[in-house]
Design a protein around this ligand. Structure first.
Ligand code: FES
Length: 278
């Protein structure tokens, strides 16, 4: 146990940025480690953490991977003041992190299933934690299919894993697409939902996990339904709605429900219980 290993979501641990990878022109993957080594708390796939940068502020981000007791990774897209400042920091910068928040993906309930991961843009960040978890516990899961797309090839995150590492994993297929044709790109072109319809995954014994832009999610849900996936077989995360994470700020509600208290991961059957605002 490290001195800053609190496991109390209200007490920040102080971590140091030990590595920064430029994933795309506006996404960086930050590796952070406690100043005395290790991780500030353990995170399950799909959970989030509050990251603070003094004196700028704090914001909630999904943890894109926890490497054992070594470090946490946060893939962060530049979208505003806090993330602009985070994109300016360098290795050695101290940050506060507290967590974990949210229910995370149902890794236990998915054991024995074939897994279909569908991601768009920065939506691959939370999915990646579950994808890597499946690879780490490879015998517990069946066939793994990853379908990922972004606007342009430059916007594809985690390229070394997508093109090099993941396709080499046992019983794994990786499909990558970009929205429009591009010089030098000889891969698939077209939107993720259209590619999904082309691939026609078999719903039998399969769990689909989706994260990406709302419009992509909407059309993928329609396609999956057409293919015969039932509402319990489709999971998504509303992690972008997580702000305080503890039911205090009232910014995550859908109708009277607080996403942060029961989610942000839901299956489609649960989402259909919510008012149609998600
Ligand atoms: S995120 Fe603040 S109340 Fe849910």
């Amino acid at each position: 146990m490290h001195s800053s290993n609190t496991q109390n979501p209200l007490v920040p641990g102080i971590v140091e940025v030990v590595k920064i990878i430029d994933e795309t022109p506006d996404v960086k993957n930050f590796y952070v480690r406690c100043v005395d080594g290790g991780v500030p708390f353990n995170v399950m796939p799909g959970q989030l953490a509050m990251v603070s940068l003094v004196p700028v502020g704090e914001a909630m981000f999904s943890v894109s991977w926890q490497e054992e007791n070594d470090h946490l990774e946060f893939a962060i897209k530049r979208v505003g003041l806090m993330t602009d400042e985070l994109h300016r920091i360098e290795v050695g910068q101290k940050l506060g992190v507290r967590g974990p928040y949210g229910n995370g993906f149902p890794v236990e309930a998915c054991k024995g299933k074939d897994m279909l991961f569908i991601g768009g843009g920065i939506g691959l960040a939370p999915l990646r934690s579950f994808i890597k978890y499946c690879f780490k516990h490879r015998e517990d899961y069946g066939k793994i299919t990853i379908l990922y797309g972004s606007r342009t090839s430059a916007d594809l995150c985690f390229k070394d894993e997508l093109f090099d590492k993941w396709p080499k994993e046992k019983d794994t297929q990786v499909y990558v697409t970009i929205d429009n044709p591009e010089e030098g790109w000889d891969g698939h072109v077209g939107f993720v939902p259209a590619y999904l319809e082309e691939l026609k995954p078999n719903p039998e014994g399969t769990i689909a996990v989706i994260c990406g832009p709302p419009i992509m999610i909407k059309f993928c849900l329609q396609s999956l339904e057409k293919m015969g996936f039932n509402d319990e077989q489709v999971i998504t995360t509303l992690e972008m709605r997580m702000k305080c994470g503890i039911g205090k700020c009232g910014r995550c509600n859908i109708g009277h429900e607080y996403i942060c208290l029961d989610g942000p991961v839901f299956n489609l059957a649960q989402l259909k219980q919510l008012p149609p605002e998600w």
